[in-house]
Each structure stands twice: as C-alpha cells, then as structure tokens.
Design a protein around this ligand. Sequence first.
Ligand SMILES: [Zn+2]
Length: 125
Amino acid sequence: MTLPLYNPTTSPFKTGIACKCPRCQQGRVFNGYLKVAKACDACGLDFGFSDTADGPAFFAMSIVSPFSVAMALWLQFAYEAPIWVQAITTLPFTVLGCMFFLRPLKGWLLCSQYVHLVREGKLKS
Ligand SMILES: [Zn+2]
C-alpha cells in the first residue's frame, strides 16, 4: 500500500483563513462554527494536536476593539448619542466584528501549529 504524498502548506495564513487542512489543503478543519473536527475529511490528519486556546479571541478583540472605541467616541462627541443608540450600534458592531474574525483566525493558528510542529510541552523525568 502506498500512502498519498502531501505537500504541507507553505502559507499557514492563506490555508488557515480558508479553514482548510494544513496537510492536504482540501479537507475542512471545522465541524461547525468553531468546533475543530476530529480529523480531516480528505486526508485523515488527526487534529488532536490543535489547541489554539484564547489566541483567536485575543486577535479578534485586538482587531475590532479600536474601531469599536472610535465608533463609540464618534457617536458620543458628534451626536451626543444616548446609551440606547450605543447599545444598538456599537455593541452589535463589536460582537459581529469579533465573530467575523474568530473562525479564520482560529484556522490560521491551527494551521500555524501544524506547520511549526507546536505541541504541548512535557517535562522529562
Ligand atoms: Zn487533510
């Protein structure tokens, strides 16, 4: 039996934001919105190595929050907007903006973990 040859991605960013498998670039990484699949549906790569933790949330908040703060300040100083206007504009913008970035950022971090052989640290005994 010969195993198929795979060329792991050379661009974890491009492959990751497309949410594709880092080994074959064909299979899907997610089995839902943010739930990582057990294995690639195309090549069978076990995604058990994946542990992106809070990384995607940190990057999503870092990207979206400056715009959210700018929007809130602009609404406040330009229009003296009441709090309910902030609640129906700035809050949904922030939540939806973070949700927009979470999935591709998680795919990127997962892909980077595979390419750079990141694994959980273990102490030698
Ligand atoms: Zn694959």
